[in-house]
Design a protein around this ligand. Structure first.
Ligand code: NAD
Ligand code: UDP
Ligand code: UDP
Length: 343
């Protein structure tokens, strides 16, 4: 059997590649840390589909084996239970570094672990990339802009972050991860890419992860009131997961380091989001106001001019189209297949 990296694959799935149609390119060996999570598992689907070999490294803190179960018999797929805070030896061509809890409820659960994951975990993955000369992509976040004083946010904005707040383990952690990534780029000549991801939703999100889209959808399906925090006038911009995966792959294959904002500029207040959820699932769903959490950013919307120009990327799926795709997945997982068919 030929080693994976000697296999040729058809180029038609080669996102952002320069290989002309009809020619073959070498299959890549790709590491996806956090690949059993929400975004990671969708990325793994696409990488395997285009013919590459994928290794997932995940400690299953917020990820689930279920998310990648359909690949377990694929010889090009391998799953390793491992915590990125510990060093690891692997041989790959590319590293997509996603390992880190993303929901505020999850990352605040054990803040010290979160910042270790962001700092030590990212350091380890950069050390690995350096040793094997792999291209490294960091999934950073719009949270690096903190409670932004510029709107919409452009990549040149340095942000407004509370360094000692309850969200700092995540936002300062990601800022440090970006710093480490650039220092390995400059100091060790590593090929790196940085994505700043804005709020993303879709099938396979954890049902009870506390994020607003998963909360509202699960609440509406369970006939519980939608919990709006604060006055509900704060805004977020919601991106469907397949758009994000497309952007991540274009970024990895392209020539530019970034950082690049990857998000959908469609901006909604939480009350507007609740209305979309009512229209999609249950017009009679009630809204209940709750006290907001500390340091909650007031608004967030990506300026994606840079990604449009340099990656030729922009999101295609608006909220009202993406939400129903997520709802059917949640319906199945909450009620089971049979009930879902009946409703
Ligand atoms: P997720 O929680 O579903 O996935 C994270 C995965 O990382 C999980 O499978 C988890 O088990 C794993 N993980 C966590 N800590 C780990 C550790 N120490 N070692 C090994 N594995 C570990 O979250 P997601 O939404 O898929 O987010 C993926 C990445 O994208 C994260 O880095 C997140 O910060 C970033 N991001 C996501 C969003 C979003 O809206 N989904 C927004 C901005 C940034
Ligand atoms: N590292 C790793 N796998 C490797 C190479 C390095 O996990 O294949 C870890 C290593 O344990 C270290 C970190 O990455 O903690 C940074 O490695 P680097 O070589 O850059 O720094 P150094 O080990 O010289 O401090
Ligand atoms: N939010 C809400 N109801 C919920 C969960 C969250 O109104 O049940 C609000 C939260 O206060 C924030 C926004 O929704 O203003 C987005 O929160 P989320 O946790 O999804 O992501 P964030 O962008 O804050 O990381």
């Amino acid at each position: 059997v030929e080693p994976a990296h000697h296999r040729d694959v058809a180029t038609r799935h080669f996102v952002g590649g320069k290989v002309p149609l009809g020619l073959k390119r070498k299959a890549l060996r790709v590491l996806v840390t956090g690949g059993a999570g929400f975004v990671g598992s969708h990325l793994v689907d696409r990488l395997l589909e285009r013919g590459d070999s994928v290794i997932v490294v995940d400690n299953f803190f917020t990820g689930r084996k279920d998310n990648v179960l359909h690949h377990l018999n694929d010889p090009n797929f391998e799953m390793i239970r491992h915590d990125v805070v510990e060093p690891i030896l692997l041989e790959v061509d590319q590293i997509y570094h996603l390992a880190c809890p993303a929901s505020p409820v999850h990352y605040k659960y054990n803040p010290i672990k979160t910042i270790k994951t962001n700092v030590v975990g990212t350091l380890n993955m950069l050390g690995l990339a350096k040793r094997i000369n792999a291209r490294f992509l960091l999934t950073s976040t719009s949270e690096v802009y903190g409670d932004p004083l510029q709107h919409p946010q452009v990549e040149t904005y340095w942000g407004n972050v509370n360094p000692i707040g309850v969200r700092s383990c995540y936002d300062e952690g990601k800022r440090t991860a970006e710093t480490l990534t650039m220092d390995y780029h400059r100091g060790a000549n590593l090929e790196v890419r940085i994505a700043r991801i804005f709020n993303t939703y879709g099938p396979r999100m954890c049902i009870d992860d506390g994020r607003v889209v998963s909360n509202f959808v699960a609440q509406a399906l369970r006939k519980e009131p939608l919990t709006v925090y604060g006055d509900g006038k704060q805004t977020r911009s919601f991106q469907y997961v397949s758009d994000l995966v497309e952007g991540l792959m274009k970024l990895m294959e392209g020539e530019h380091v970034g950082p690049f904002n990857l998000g959908n500029p469609g901006e909604f207040t939480m009350l507007e989001l609740a209305k979309v959820v009512q229209d999609t699932i249950d017009p009679n769903a009630r809204i209940e106001f709750r006290k907001n959490t500390q340091d909650d950013p007031h608004k967030r919307k990506p300026d994606i001019s840079r990604a449009k120009e340099f990656l030729g990327w922009e999101p295609k799926i608006p909220l009202r189209e993406g939400l129903p795709l997520m709802v059917s997945d949640f319906r199945k997982r909450i009620f089971g297949d049979q009930d879902a068919a009946a409703t």
